[in-house]
Design a protein around this ligand. Sequence first.
Ligand code: PLP
Length: 438
Amino acid sequence: AASDHDPRGSSTRGWALQQAAAEVLPGGVNSATRYVGHPYAFGGGDGAYVVDLDGNRYLDYHAAFGAILLGHNSPVVDDPVRAAVGTLDLFGLGVTELEVELATRVIEAIPSAEMMIATMSGSEATAQAVRLARAATGRQLLVKFQGGFHGWHDAVARNVISRPELAYGHDPLSAGILDTALESTLIAEFNDLDSVRALFEQFPERIAAVIMEPIPHNVGALVPTQEFVDGLRALTSEHGSLLIFDEVITGFRHALGGYQEICGVRPDLTTFGKGMANGYPIGGLAGPRSLMERFDGQKGDVLLAGTFNGYAIGATAAIATIDHLRANPDFYTRTHALGERMRSGLASIVAELGLEATVAGFGGVFSLYFAAGPIRGYRDLMRNDDQAYAGFHRRMTDKGFLMIPMSLKRNHVSGSHTEEDVDRTLDAARDVLAGMKA
Ligand code: PLP
């Protein structure tokens, strides 16, 4: 985008579309976090790039909140999907070959998986995980971590991302949530085992499960200490509770077997979504046979339902994505190396300019916090300067680099980014950050 025109200004097609959208969609969008005060309207994507309706091209690190893993419109996934359209259908009775193929691949890939169910989204997967945990333990309470996001449903609707004065307190994600759901969700601090231990002591034999993003990417990247994940595994087992890894972001992205493959901890239940099908809607829940058989309609007691569960296009896209990752393990060495190149480059710029900022991330994921380090948990994140991040984001967008607009989320390197892309991004970031300092 040239500097003499505003790519999101009132003379653009994007602006006009946003005006029209505001008449027919609440807030002009179909998911509230897609509107950030400026209109964005994209018409297409290609590999690491997206193009807006006015023809401006952006190098994309937003990646649809991480749903794009290999790159936009990747032929690896789109070609089999194209072939599937018109040959596959929906029946609502029995099972298809694709569903068995998908489950088999997921079970092979994920260390703790013996059976899986396919859902349409990550939220549905975590809803099923929480319900299954309650059924299996006969307990009601759920522990989650301040700042963790597990979807939009009631069971996980507390203490997602807070204003400092609301953190750890009464902080529903939305109006209209049952009080009992909010009261049944207990909040702990990430990377602080004592905060979880205290809840087990306070509520003996009442906690059904601890749910966690193994790396809470919904607040950037708080990488867990090994002691923390080992300790959670031991603590939940000792108290007869389940450990749920919500790998909706980390799954397939950081390793074929998810973060559980990397940290060596085996959760009881694992949820998936996002990048698993490179942009096509799907989610999943996997676990041991003993738990998953409770979804068995003949002999189990937990309802498994969903008209579109395991539908052909999502299953085809997920199978193609997983097969590609399995056949090309260099996807992980490449994206991890590019992520590291970005993080170390940003860290050098921050040091050079003497900024009060901290670079975080893991694998191909990176975040820039406008707060001095170390950043270990949510309490540290409350020092983040949101306005500074907003300025950084806006100026980077104006230069053609699309990053996530929320200050505590994260950016993604996909299978389509190159070293040259990263280096150009770093040059732009140096200019922007030097300008913000001046
Ligand atoms: N879990 C995590 C960790 C997520 O980041 C998200 C979405 O952002 C979800 C669950 C919900 O997934 P979906 O948006 O597909 O319902």
